[in-house]
Structures are given as structure tokens and as C-alpha cells.
Design a protein around this ligand. Sequence first.
Ligand code: LLP
Length: 409
Amino acid sequence: MSSPVRRLVEWDATRLSGLANAHGTPLYVQDLGRVRENYDRMAAAFPDATVMYAAKANTAKTVLKTLVEAGAGIECTSAGEVERALSAGCPPERVQYTAVNPPEEDLDYAVSTARDDPGLTITAGAEDTMARLAERGYRGRLCLRVNPGVGAGHHEKVSTGANAKFGVPIDRAPGLLAEVADRFDVVGIHAHAGSGISGEDLAAHRELVSRMGELARETDLDLEFVDVGGGFGVPYRPEEKPLDLERVAQATREALGEVDATLAVEPGRYLVADAGVLLTRVNTVKPAGEELVVGVDAGMTTLARPAMYGARHGIRSLAAEERETVEATVTGPICESGDVFGTYELPAPDRGDLLAIGNAGAYGYEMASQYNSRPRPATVAVDGEESAVDRRRETVADVTRLERGVPWL
Ligand code: LLP
């Protein structure tokens, strides 16, 4: 079995430098072999469960194809993600669309897709969503998203389980399931505690799963699956230990108890985070009083997590020479003081050095924006000896392409 974590120091510096030199920076590199290893460990820990990859962590077609080929289903959060899952070759019966206050177009798309591919499952987390599905004549596979009343995660912005936005309150669920059973083909129940669950959140996870188990036993419906969500954390700091997946899996099975349905889990980050790095080049080294500011060409538009959640990503210099270590504040090119990765101990940086930013495979490219009219970076997929650009770098022309102007100016 593969190692439970791939640390930033384990990446081959020569290979990464070669890719940055060939394709420019900033550059995302995603190792599909590592994605496969992560999936295999997850599938081995949950041998009798369905593993649904939460596509929102990384929707690159290469990543989706890799996971679909490995056996995963895909959990999608929008029409766009469903489209991506299907076009990556995911069989519709392994696609689940989790609707959160879905825009009209998303429901139109999901309902018409389900008409052609009745295997698709739609997860609804509000009575309104069910009413809107029924208005569209939908009678297909439906999963009820429940708000279990317990949340967890690395940041308040990603804890969903006790947030009223997500799911129907669990005490309302049994009645609602009975009510909608003749309108839809009710196949499952779903809940998600939050994102970035660590070993310390295990009590919350256990509580969520046990409430879901109870609900499954309480309903008279013949459920196919009980989906307990994703959120399995990865270590972002060198001193953090990897999640003990066996322990989580055992806790999950115990907490679920006997149910006449298949368990489903929805990992996103766990499958792709440590399979990706972001390469960036130093363009400015500025001593400023006590501080050393190191400007790089990736910023909050390339990797939003530090600015958005105060998240810490490891940074490693790929510069070959031995240098003394200094404390440096690594910042991006965006005109905001929040555009900073953090303060790091690094070999004294020089202009032109390459830096690798770790754990960038999840919610990295996916949350990139064009703020400050910055084109989004290219991504390169590597797989064993192979490597290829799987998403080209945007140009300024791409950024301005939607502008149409107005007739009076
Ligand atoms: N299932 C559902 C219903 C979800 O909402 C999510 C994440 C997942 C599964 C997958 O969670 P994961 O295994 O990846 O933790 N942008 C934030 C994370 C937001 C996650 C939203 N939902 C970040 O960068 O930390």
C-alpha cells in the first residue's frame, strides 16, 4: 500500500524545475499516479463502500478520468461539474448531483440529463428544491440531504454539517422522506460535516454517521445508500500527521451500525491535494527593515486558500545551491495586502529562483480567478515518466474575450 502522505520534500526537484522551465510559471503540476494511489488507499480502507470523488476539489479532465478509471463515482455540485463528469466518461449511474440552492439552469440541465440517463442521482437539501424538481416532471432517483446538526472542518467557512444552508433538519427528515416517496425514486440519504476533518474531529464524524445510521433504520424506505460525505483532511504542515484512514473507516462502520444500504463517502481533497504542487518564480527580493519580502508570480488569484482561510501551504525552494536559511514573507503580485502566502524559513531567495508550493492539488486551480486581469496558469499532468500540459495557460486575450462594449461608447 502506498504511503499515506506525499510530502513536499519528496517531489523530484530536477523534474519540477524542468517542467517550470519548459512551460513557464506559475504552473500547477498534478501527479495522476499519486491520485490513483490515494484512491486505492481510500477504496481499501472502505472496501464495501462507494467512493464518490467530490469533483469541486479539482475538475481537470485528466483527474476525473483517472479516478473514474480507478472505479470512483463523481459527486458534482453544479451542472458544469455533471457535464465534466459525463464527458470524462463517468457512467451516469455513478454521478451524483448535489444541489445547493440550485439555479434554474442547473435543475433544467440535471432533469434533462436524467431523462436520457436515468441512472443519475439528484441530491436535494431543501423542500423547495424537491418542489422545483417535481414541477419539471422529475420522478427519478433522489437523495435527501440532511442537516445532521454536527459540523467539523479546518475553518468556519467550510463547516457545513450544522449550517442551516445545507440540508433539511434531521428531525424533519423521516416525515419528509415518507412524504416524497411517491413522487420520486428515493434512493439515499446524505450529510456532510465539513472539510478538512482531522483525527481530532473524529467525535463529530462519528456523531454524524451515527445519526445517519439511525435515520436509515427509522425510515421504511428501501434505501440504496447512506452517504456520509467527505472532508477527510490532509496534513498541510510538516509536523502534522496524516489521517489514520483505517481508524476513520472503523469509526464510520461502528457508528453507522447495521443498515440495509451501502455506505458512500465523498472525499475530494484527500484524493488530489498531495498529488499537486504549484510552481512559482521569485521576481523580487526586498529587505524591508526587519523583514525580507519575497515577491513571486503566483498569488491569491492562483491559490486562494491562504488569503481566504488563512491556510498554510508548505513552500520549498528548488534552487540547487546550499544557502543560509532566512525568514521570508512570500507574497504575490496582486494589489492587496491579503495577497500573502505567509512567512517561511527558506534558503536565502534570489531573483529567478523557483519555489514549489505543496498540497496545491485540491482547491488550487479550481478556485483561481482572473482578478487584476491575471490570466490563470497552465496545468501539467504527470504520470510515471509521462508529462503533458493538460490545460494551457490563459492569455490576456482570454481574460478580455467576453467584453462586448456598448453601442454608445
Ligand atoms: N461532499 C460535499 C457535499 C461537500 O460540500 C464537500 C466540500 C465535499 C464532499 C468534499 O470535501 P473534501 O473531502 O474535499 O474536504 N475550498 C475549501 C473547501 C470547501 C469544501 C466544500 N465542500 C478549501 O479549500 O479548504
